[in-house]
Design a protein around this ligand. Structure first.
Ligand SMILES: Nc1ncnc2c1ncn2[C@@H]1O[C@H](COP(=O)(O)OP(=O)(O)OP(=O)(O)O)[C@@H](O)[C@H]1O
Ligand SMILES: [Mg+2]
Length: 411
């Protein structure tokens, strides 16, 4: 192919050159870890010196690979190869697999959520070569025993002397008591290389992202430590834990009823969730989650994606925006805010099992991070949610309001 330039953040150079068995990327949100690892693998998999190498991408929930590891690798391939992608890569999206046409090196995707997933890890085979590399994305979601099972898969003599076994981990340091800290950071070992990165080191990050981080610093100092500075923190006080992420049929006919919840935002995310109800359980089917878009642009995005027959429950603070949605044909209305309604909505949510479709990656992230404010004087959690990075959570609260209260909305 014609020469291409691949742009990397220089702080990852040692990590990309190392052959150590454990390569551990800890960092803030937006520090460039995932893009870096994806680009690094794309280049290595296409390099004839590494013929016989194969990559296994792991997420705790296999279905979330499509929107994370697979999407990152696909984006990296598109960025690097441009209009020559098809000459070099096979990427049948239906099967979620990636293969370089001339080296024959492949990428596959798996989860480790249950016994069936773990059983599947035992039967991984490739047409050429062996499993040499494993990328564990959002590695703090996994148990230490999962990592040991994966580690066991990297063994045996390799025919090609250029090849080596390596496990790569990328994650935000969500807890100072996490096993990953004990295993890779508190012990020095010749087989381990660690790296710490923040969004401030990422030369590709935009100004709006910086501004959002500054807001987080102000509103959510505990979260900023982890997601802004990439330092080991403590994610206590989580509000909801009664949710699971898994694939399910999101079609209208599957549910007893459906609603949209919308939290308006511009600098914050504007979040719209499609929520289904079935047998007293909540199914988050779809998300629209965008920054710095005006109402007209969001309506254009929703066109063809959101069914106009479904009622849409919105933040009451912006009646003009509700009107614009109504004019566009949506059944948009405001959710009445009353004293204590946020806590009442949370109590209601806690009592119902919540299912999240794996495509709703921002909702999953918010759900994991949504927590009660911490009072450092008494070292206890208050009954007030941290009011940052909670836009999908607000949309969820609005979406369930009809179920919780019956039809008592302002129209
Ligand atoms: N090498 C690169 N080339 C171009 N853009 C990049 C590069 N690295 C990072 N970016 C930009 O920075 C953004 C954040 O990077 P990335 O998603 O890799 O961060 P991360 O560390 O994985 O964050 P998180 O912890 O939230 O998953 C990307 O969406 C992309 O826009
Ligand atoms: Mg990432």
């Amino acid at each position: 192919m014609s020469a291409v330039t691949v742009s990397f953040n220089p702080n990852f150079k040692d990590m990309n050159l190392t052959r150590k068995r454990y390569r551990v990327f800890k960092g803030s949100a937006g520090s460039g870890k995932s893009v870096n690892v994806a680009q690094d693998y794309v280049i290595k998999l296409s390099d004839s010196r590494y013929k016989g190498a194969n990559l296994l991408c792991i997420r705790k929930v296999n279905d979330t690979n499509r929107n994370s590891t697979y999407a990152e690798l696909q984006a990296a391939i598109n960025r690097i190869y441009g209009d020559q992608v098809d000459d070099y890569w096979d990427m049948p999206q239906s099967r979620l697999s990636i293969k370089h046409k001339s080296t024959g090196n492949e990428v596959i995707f798996r989860g480790v959520n249950d016994a069936r997933d773990r059983e599947k890890l035992k039967s991984i085979n490739f047409a050429h070569g062996k499993l040499t590399w494993i990328w564990v994305e959002e590695a703090t979601e996994l148990q230490e025993s999962d990592i040991d099972i994966l580690d066991d898969r990297l063994r045996g003599i390799l025919d090609n002397p250029n090849l080596y076994y390596q496990m790569t981990f990328t994650f935000n340091p969500v807890s100072a008591t996490h096993w990953i800290k004990g295993k890779y950071f508190d012990t020095e070992h010749e087989d381990i290389i660690t790296n710490h990165s923040t969004y401030l080191m990422n030369r590709f990050i935009d100004d709006a992202y910086h501004r959002r981080m500054m807001l987080r610093k102000e509103r959510d100092p505990d979260g900023y430590k982890i997601y802004g500075l990439g330092e080991w923190g403590e994610l206590g006080g989580t509000i909801l834990s009664n949710y699971t992420v898994h694939d399910f049929d999101t079609s209208f006919a599957m549910f007893d009823s459906m609603t949209f919840g919308q939290d308006f935002g511009f600098n914050h995310a504007n979040a719209i969730l499609t929520v289904g109800f079935k047998d007293g359980e909540i199914f988050i089917c779809n998300e629209i989650y965008v920054h710095e878009k005006d109402t007209g642009e969001i309506i254009a995005l929703a066109d063809g994606k959101l069914d106009k027959r479904i009622p849409m429950y919105c933040d009451s603070a912006e009646p003009d925006r509700i009107k614009t949605w109504r004019n566009a044909g949506y059944k948009a209305s405001a959710v009445v805010k009353e004293p204590g309604s946020v806590n009442a909505q949370i109590d209601w949510l806690k009592k119902h099992k919540i299912h999240i479709h794996p495509s709703c990656s921002n909702t999953i992230k918010e759900m994991q991070q949504w927590k009660w404010k911490h009072d450092s004087k008494t070292n206890t959690y208050t009954d007030e949610p941290v009011n940052f990075f909670d836009d999908a959570m607000a949309a969820l609260r609005y979406a369930v309001e009809g179920m919780r209260k019956g039809p008592t909305f302002e129209f």
